[in-house]
Write a protein that binds this ligand. Structure first.
Ligand code: ASP
Length: 592
């Protein structure tokens, strides 16, 4: 008997009994998963979180009983060996069964809205979420909850060992509308004012470094009012950490250690350390992405200089106006049928391409729509550039920096999808990011967030009068299988540099003070050099669970439009609640 899980109502769990317990009395509690009637003797599978046990119910014991699906029972009985030929090696308890001597129905179950006994034929996600208590009862979902628990516990224990303190920071925070849209919470005691739910504890964790805590960690909920997608939720969980007196390598080493241990504990997988590092520029040029999936090849090649010498204006003109021409090679053994090329062209168009050009090396000549525009020497130069062998096909796209990278990234991911094993994990650091980016309107924004330190603070100050786009950041992202699992940086710890970055972002001194005066003040009182990172727990666990949908590893996720089908949230507030908050709602105006 396991002292840990035995209770006043049970001696064992449904996953616990083995051959050694044959002959023992036992009491189990669980849900009826299935019932098979063999000439009056019922064979019932009783399940709980730990597994399932076969219970044999003779007519004397079971007479007049109905074993409804998912009803809850307490079963007293004797453990007996299963007959030769009826053992189930696939089941942990498959050697034994329990012959019931006494049964108590603890609770019935209403007719089920869907079949829980199989992972096939699941209903729409909305129905699963509406009855999440049933959906989470399925072994597959319980496995995911267990995996998530194991990852979280491992992280906590590794960081505790490394001297981190778990410190909670407020959820009722101040509105600092710089990043994503925020959720606002009205403050009843000060009518007309609002808290914001934090997008991350970034500023608090920096203030905690000023406070001398040296190593902070928190597994924390973050809130961003963004549209729900497979890998995005309005509230999600981060492992947040921050350290004093560190450089990039110190933060990365801590993350590597906890990642290796989490992979080992959760999946028995060994990751080779240290993880590879790839500079942002190189990642973009080789893979078209700052979060490349390294489980497959398909590296890009730069066909710009080659294209600039062509008479074919579709390729030469873009280069002349400063655009890029990038290519991707499809080896002969993978093949590229007309139909596939049409599909890739359609895909490239959805990613923003005007079109896609292709050319194949066939019998040492060029074949395909581009062929007639190439002199043999130009074709030869292209084969050389792309290291193209006989039968290889080259896809080429032209476009502005960034845009054309995105197109090739989409193609590359599509090509690699069938070669990327879900159980292989390629983790890497992407480093040397630019400090700033431009948004859709052309304004300068932070590439990470405004507290990220520039590589070279004097250079930053110089470049503020010119173009700050060339300034590099002390930022790093953790990428696993083409997904950004974490991002962090060394932070600005001198108030002057922080003010300079706010200025570069177009924040007036007054606005910077109104928004972040508390941080600027804290930095004035002996802020230590510090840095940290945040990892997306939902994404990390989803990767470990082999799913792309983070909702599958969250107990109660939201659906599109921010709804919680389990509880029906959000709902209108009572008029009296709104009165107390001095708030009046206005119906949305009708769409034009
Ligand atoms: N606070 C950042 C984020 O949530 C992560 C970090 O820089 O530590 O993305």
């Amino acid at each position: 008997m396991s002292a840990m899980t035995a209770t006043a109502m049970r001696t064992h769990t449904c996953g616990e009994l083995r051959g050694e317990q044959v002959g023992r009395e036992t009491t189990l509690c669980g849900w009826i998963e299935s019932v098979r009637d063999h000439g009056g003797v019922a064979f019932v599978d009783l399940r709980d979180r730990y597994g399932k046990t076969q219970v044999v119910i003779t007519p004397q014991i079971g007479a007049g009983r109905v074993f409804g699906s998912q009803s809850v029972w307490q079963v007293k009985g004797t453990v007996r060996e299963r007959l030769e030929g009826t053992r189930n090696a696939a089941l942990q308890t498959g050697e034994i069964e329990v012959e019931a001597t006494h049964l108590v129905e603890l609770n019935g179950s209403a007719p089920l809205p869907f079949d829980l006994s199989s992972d096939e034929n699941l209903p729409d996600e909305e129905i699963r979420l509406q009855h999440r208590y049933l959906d989470l009862r399925r072994p597959e979902m319980q496995k995911r909850l267990a995996l998530r628990h194991r990852v979280l516990q491992t992280i906590r224990s590794v960081l505790d060992r490394l001297g981190f303190w778990e410190i909670e920071t407020p959820y009722l925070y101040k509105s600092t509308p710089e990043g994503a849209r925020e959720f606002l919470v009205p403050c009843r005691a000060q009518p007309g004012t609002f808290y914001a739910l934090p997008q991350s504890p970034q500023v608090f964790k920096q203030i905690l470094q000023v406070a001398g805590t040296d190593r902070y960690m928190q597994i924390v909920r973050c809130f961003r009012d963004e549209d729900v997608r497979a890998d995005r939720q309005p509230e999600f969980t981060q492992l947040d950490l921050e350290m004093s007196f560190v450089s990039e390598g110190d933060v990365q080493a801590v993350v590597e250690e906890l990642l290796a241990e989490a992979f080992r504990a959760a999946r028995g997988i060994e990751i080779r350390l240290p993880l590879p590092r790839l500079a942002y520029r190189e990642a973009m040029d080789r893979y078209g992405s700052d979060k490349p999936d390294l489980r497959y090849g398909y590296e890009l090649f730069d066909a710009g200089p080659w294209a600039s010498g062509l008479a074919f204006r579709v390729l030469a003109d873009p280069v002349a106006k400063g655009h890029r021409v990038l290519g991707l090679k499809i080896p002969a053994k993978r093949g590229a049928s007309r139909k596939q090329i049409d599909d890739w062209t359609a895909l490239a168009r959805t990613a923003g391409a005007g079109g896609l050009l292709w050319v194949r090396r066939a019998n040492a000549l060029a074949e395909g729509p581009l062929a007639k525009h190439l002199h043999p020497s130009q074709a030869e130069a292209l084969w050389k550039l792309a290291a193209a062998a006989e039968g290889d096909t080259l896809l080429l796209a032209a476009g502005p920096e960034g845009g054309v990278h995105h197109i090739l990234d989409v193609l590359r991911r599509n090509l690699g999808a069938s070669e990327a094993h879900a159980d292989t994990f390629q983790c890497l650091w992407v480093t040397d990011f630019p400090l700033f980016a431009r948004d859709a309107e052309g304004s300068i924004v932070s590439a990470h967030h405004p507290f990220t330190a520039p590589k070279d603070a004097p250079e930053l100050k110089r470049s503020l009068t010119g173009d700050p786009m060339g300034v590099q950041a002390r930022a790093y992202d953790l990428v696993i299988n083409g997904s950004e699992v974490g991002g962090g940086s060394i932070r600005i710890h001198e108030p002057d540099t922080q003010k300079a970055v706010f200025a570069a972002l177009g924040l007036t001194e007054e606005r910077a003070r109104a928004k972040f005066g508390f941080l600027l003040d804290a930095l004035r009182f002996g802020a230590p050099p510090h840095g940290g990172i945040a990892l997306g727990i939902d994404r990390l666990v989803a990767l470990l669970a082999g799913t792309e949908n983070i909702r599958e590893v969250m107990a109660f996720p939201k659906t599109a439009r921010g709804g919680c089908p389990t509880t029906g949230a959000p709902t209108p507030a009572e008029p009296s609640q709104l009165d107390a908050l001095h708030i009046r709602t206005v119906p949305p105006s009708a769409p034009p």
